[in-house]
Write a protein that binds this ligand. Structure first.
Ligand SMILES: [Zn+2]
Length: 161
């Protein structure tokens, strides 16, 4: 799937990412939130980016009905491995997690978390995905901006997975 963020930037989200996230959505009343990091690369010739890999919940993460907390060091190891095996082509681009609601909205805790990440990440921009039961959305978090900007909301049944 390709999202046009602006005149200068398109974002390609690889099908494998969407398939993996869709397989983790909270279909049942008892399903906990799931999440991980998003890894991608920037096109060399323009500002387009390709989101290509995600990590999935690991043993030391905290997954409750209404909260996912990434705690396991394996997520960063997963990124480092991709980075090292591909000559530094890949970068960390953001976080994804599920929500037990049809159309996802970010929570105050999500916002706090995204702001903290924004301060730590030298790139200055991240893309975060929240996956609800009927749709997922992507928000851009940009350094110096107070609020994340929603760049798309896509219904799961509108894409072919
Ligand atoms: Zn959340």
């Amino acid at each position: 799937m390709i999202v046009t963020e602006s005149k200068n930037r398109k974002i390609k989200i690889c099908d494998q990412i969407l398939e993996e996230i869709y397989s983790q959505i909270q279909k049942n009343d008892y399903d906990p939130e799931k999440g991980g990091i998003i890894v991608g690369r920037e096109n060399l010739n323009n500002e387009n980016i390709i989101l290509e890999y995600i990590s999935k919940p690991l043993k030391n993460d905290i997954c409750t009905r209404t909260r996912y907390t990434r705690k396991d060091e394996g997520h960063l190891k997963y990124f480092e491995k991709l980075y090292n095996e591909n000559n530094g082509v890949y970068a960390y681009w953001g976080e994804w997690h599920t929500h037990p609601e049809d159309i996802p909205h970010y929570s105050i805790i999500d916002l706090k978390n995204w702001k903290r990440i924004g301060k730590e990440d030298p790139k200055g921009v991240q893309y975060h995905i929240i996956a609800g039961r009927k749709a997922f959305s992507i928000w851009r978090m940009q350094k110096g901006k107070l609020c994340p900007k929603k760049i798309c909301e896509v219904k799961w049944n509108e894409i072919n997975l």
